[in-house]
Design a protein around this ligand. Structure first.
Ligand code: ZN
Length: 174
C-alpha cells in the first residue's frame, strides 16, 4: 500500500512566516527562520475515557459510519480551542450523559503513517444519568472485565488497546 505524501505547512502556524527547508534529524523540514518552528508529523488527536464504575467499563455502541454497530470507548477528536482533557470530558458527557473527572493518562495509541494520535484517560462518574446521544450511539453500558464484547465487535485498534491497558492496570500501592 502506498502512502500519500504527508501534509506540510507552507507558512509558520505560529507567526505566518514563509517556512524554509532546514536539515533536522537527517531530513529536510520546512522550518520558521523567526521562531524556530519545524514541521514534523501532522496528526489529529483523539481523546477517550475509560470510565470505571463497580468494576465495569463504559462503552458506547456506534450507530453511524463504517463502524456502525460496534463498541467504542467514549471520546472524539480534540478541537482547536480545547485541551485533550477537556475534549475527553466533553465527548464523554455528549455521548453518555455522564460528567466525569479524569484520573490520569492510561494509554496512548498511534501507528506510523496514520495521522491520528489517541490518548486514553482513566475517569470516574461525578454526576449525570446514562443517556446516549441518538445521532452518535444506539446504546451505552458498563461491561465487566470478563464480559467485554468480542474483539470483532470493538470499533478501533485504539479501543482494543485502551481495554487491554484497563485490564492490565493496577492502582499504585500506598
Ligand atoms: Zn514561526
Amino acid at each position: 500500500m502506498r502512502h500519500p505524501p504527508p501534509p506540510r505547512f507552507a507558512y509558520c502556524p505560529r507567526d505566518g512566516t514563509l517556512l524554509v527547508p532546514t536539515r533536522i534529524d537527517g531530513r529536510d523540514r520546512p522550518t520558521c527562520p523567526v521562531c524556530g518552528f519545524a514541521d514534523f508529523m501532522h496528526v489529529q488527536i483523539g481523546s477517550n475515557t475509560v470510565v470505571e464504575r463497580d468494576g465495569g467499563v463504559l462503552l458506547v455502541r456506534l450507530n453511524y459510519g463504517p463502524r456502525n454497530g460496534s463498541w467504542a470507548l467514549p471520546g472524539g477528536l480534540v478541537e482547536n480551542d480545547e485541551t485533550a482533557e477537556e475534549a475527553a470530558r466533553r465527548e464523554t458527557a455528549e455521548e453518555t450523559g455522564f460528567n466525569v473527572s479524569l484520573d490520569g493518562l492510561l494509554a496512548m495509541w498511534m501507528r506510523p503513517g496514520f495521522p491520528i494520535l489517541v490518548v486514553i484517560y482513566r475517569a470516574h462518574v461525578v454526576s449525570g444519568q446514562l443517556r446516549v446521544a441518538p445521532d452518535e450511539a444506539s446504546e451505552a453500558a458498563f461491561f465487566a472485565k470478563d464480559q467485554l464484547p468480542p474483539l470483532e465487535q470493538l470499533a478501533w485498534p485504539s479501543t482494543v488497546h485502551g481495554l487491554d491497558a484497563w485490564r492490565a492496570y493496577e492502582p499504585p500501592r500506598p
